[in-house]
Design a binder for this molecule. Sequence first.
Ligand SMILES: Nc1ncnc2c1ncn2[C@@H]1O[C@H](COP(=O)(O)OP(=O)(O)OP(=O)(O)O)[C@@H](O)[C@H]1O
Ligand SMILES: [Mg+2]
Length: 307
Amino acid sequence: MSGRAMAGGVSPAQRRQIEGIRVAYPQWQGIVDEIERCQEWAAVAAEPPCLLVVGPTGAGKSTLVGSYAREHPAVLTETGTTYPVVTATIPSPATIKSLAMVLLAALGDPRATSGTVGSMTYRLTRYFRDCQVELLILDEVQHFRDRDSRRVLENASNWLKTLIKETGVACVLVGLQGEAEDVLLPFGWDERRPETVREFVSFLALVERALPLAEQPALAEMGMARRLHGASGGVMAYLMELVRGATYLALAEGRATLDGEVLGRAFAQRLASVRRGTANPFHDAGTGQGDAGAAPEPSHADRVGRA
Ligand SMILES: Nc1ncnc2c1ncn2[C@@H]1O[C@H](COP(=O)(O)OP(=O)(O)OP(=O)(O)O)[C@@H](O)[C@H]1O
Ligand SMILES: [Mg+2]
């Protein structure tokens, strides 16, 4: 059977058109905007910003980030090539070496496969700086978990975390819903396993003492801790974003301490977009005010950062 016969009267141009259909649905643009904000923010943020995009298989996640990367191509300059956006797929199984290899290859290193882990890491850090990388997009984040043992591959994920911290690039992690999230969560919350609750509560007890407020807030109190966990998904960066945001609000308004109402507004301001699908957990706690614009749109309500 010839290629033409298989095509059944469809010309290559028509086929390209059909295969290349890209519809920018409303959520698409929303997520693209968030990725853009993440990339711009990296230059000024104290902590490299990080966005998690999860969705079921076939949701269009890889297509979305692929198209984002194409819109931010490598640029040839007089002194070399800059790569504002670097995309790679986490290899399976994810090891430091396999990860370093795909990243070096994505940056166009002709010797991507050679060297020790140390020299590869060194080369990567230099490329990140020399190529002025602003954003790293990593697909298939669930590969950070071993397929059989289900254990998180800590070597590879910690190595990546260090790389991101040291280079200060923004990061978008893409993966399967229900698998990608729990790879990343540092704090669990399972009331049948009291040690998970204790760990989170002890952390909050330290945070509440460290805030420059006239009156120490009761963050580690059980009901409050449960809400803070719900709001942040147990992710440190989200938790601190929320607590810092609420503290700024309280200070600006001359409040002595934090309560559910201020935290609710900080959630709406700082986390509602990245924690889409998570209803504001402070709304039933507070005074019922400050509601405007806080709740996620109904179409977004089913999942976090769906792609
Ligand atoms: N905006 C879009 N317009 C039209 N078609 C799209 C769009 N986004 C994705 N598709 C199509 O949907 C299919 C699945 O997309 P994609 O591979 O990006 O999903 P995915 O979420 O990455 O899935 P997986 O988790 O299995 O990797 C592809 O055939 C792709 O061409
Ligand atoms: Mg994909």
